[in-house]
Design a protein around this ligand. Structure first.
Ligand SMILES: [Zn+2]
Length: 438
């Protein structure tokens, strides 16, 4: 609980894909085929826009896609007009169990004082607004008190509304590092250990990974470098040894879990890449040779530029030690992403939602385009690439027959106006409609 603001604000700081989903306020499950039509469709297999888009949905699956689909007899037709159909968006870096306001000190107090069950209700709200923003899958990379695992289970059971969630439980890291709790006086609040992700030495780090998996982690998140919104660590230095990183990644991979590494600093990122991570999160101070190594090894950059932008805007409101780190990261994160684009490093969309408000995730598309990624590539980063990184590409990430019916529509043509992604007019997840503005 006490770490909530720290982990929940981590920039600083297997979902049941086929599950039957009976959303409380959603439309009733489809009992007849549904054909969704719009002026355009973004084909995230080819990365191209096609005109006269249509998707045929039967139950929770896509049956046909394209300009020339046959409308099945008795089908319900939803014509969205001047809009573009896309696969449901995927955010590879969120923290559903946290959120921040304009007042760091208030957030910190709430993080300490809220009951776990109380915070879980906020998390449920965060999940709902994320889904309504068009994000039908997320990877939740750091949560305390098993709130995000609980939320995932509740969504899969149909008693809460939200995206498909992969969760990490506690992020794993060293004593005093970005995964540890704030430096409370230890005679008042006891230090924590591997059960809550804090580990020192390879054996403890393996134990920390095993604990997270024991309690339901789909993915492992760890903290090779310092963070921005944490109080006791420098942002850009390695906080773990190579042996500790190797132990975390090999243990996670042995258990069939991918690994996301929080790295602002370049040295820590190089060590994490050598250990075999699947993605580098944030990457504020990465150098070009590191980005090139990521391209060579197909390690994704999940840049969370929105979080950098947000903490940069708010830096004056933070405690001085954090303000300095926020300004430094904000000054570099977009430029580093622009370098990654030029080098050809694989990128997946992630926002660090919780650092900034939930439900505005699509602003990251705009920042990607602003920093040199062509709009079609940005849309792929938030759909197909995200599914590949999450390990769910066999189910979601593209509009193709046989895949789950996770479908979003945005007004007009997002290749001409990427900001259209921030205003979805239609959201379907698992064949059920959550947003329909026609
Ligand atoms: Zn984070």
């Amino acid at each position: 609980m006490i770490r909530k603001k720290i982990l929940g604000a981590c920039f600083s700081a297997a979902a049941a894909l086929g599950a039957s989903y009976a959303g409380v306020a959603a439309d009733a499950p489809a009992t007849r085929p549904v054909v969704i039509k719009a002026a355009h469709l973004f084909d995230s297999v080819s990365g191209k826009l096609i005109d006269h888009g249509a998707v045929v949905v039967v139950g929770n699956k896509i049956q046909a896609v394209g300009a020339d689909v046959t409308v099945p007899a008795g089908a319900e037709v939803i014509d969205l007009g001047d809009a573009t159909l896309l696969p449901g968006f995927i955010d590879a870096h969120v923290h559903m169990s946290g959120e921040s306001s304009d007042n760091w000190y208030k957030d910190f107090y709430q993080g300490v004082m809220r009951f776990t069950a109380e915070q879980a209700l906020y998390a449920a709200r965060n999940a709902r607004v994320t889904l309504e923003a068009g994000f039908t899958s997320v990877r939740d990379v750091g949560s305390t008190d098993y709130i995000s695992a609980s939320l995932r289970n509740a969504i899969n059971a149909g008693i809460a509304e939200g995206p498909r969630m992969l969760v990490s439980n506690y992020a794993v890291g060293s004593t005093g590092g970005h995964a540890d709790q704030a430096p409370f006086p230890p005679d008042r609040i006891a230090p924590v250990g591997p059960l809550k992700g804090v580990c020192n030495g390879p054996d403890e780090c393996r134990a920390a990974v095993r604990y997270q998996i024991k309690f339901g982690a789909d993915v492992i998140k760890f903290m090779p470098s310092g963070g921005v919104l944490s109080l006791s660590d420098p942002v850009d230095v390695p906080e773990m040894t190579q042996e500790e990183m190797n132990a975390i990644v090999s243990e996670a991979h042995t258990w069939g879990r991918k690994v996301a590494a929080h790295c602002h600093g370049d040295t820590a990122a190089k060590m994490a890449i050598a250990a075999g991570v699947d993605s580098i999160e944030h990457g504020s101070f990465l150098k070009d040779d590191t980005l090139a190594e990521m391209k060579k090894k197909h390690v994704y950059l999940v840049a969370t530029m929105f979080a950098g932008y947000w903490v940069g805007q708010k830096a004056d409101t933070f405690p001085p030690a954090i303000a300095e780190k926020a300004r430094a990261a904000a000054a570099h994160i977009q430029e580093t992403f622009a370098h990654a684009v030029k080098i050809g490093t694989p990128v997946a969309l992630g926002t660090d939602a919780a650092v900034e408000p939930h439900g505005r995730n699509a602003f990251e598309f705009e920042l990607m385009v602003k920093n040199g990624l062509p709009a079609a590539q940005a849309l792929l980063a938030g759909t197909r690439n995200g599914a590949e990184l999450l390990g769910t590409a066999d189910k979601v990430g593209t509009l193709q027959p046989g895949k789950l019916a996770d479908i979003v529509a945005v007004p007009g043509n997002p290749l001409e106006n990427i900001a259209a992604t921030e205003h979805p007019v239609f959201v379907m997840k698992d064949g059920k409609v959550y947003v329909k503005k026609t």
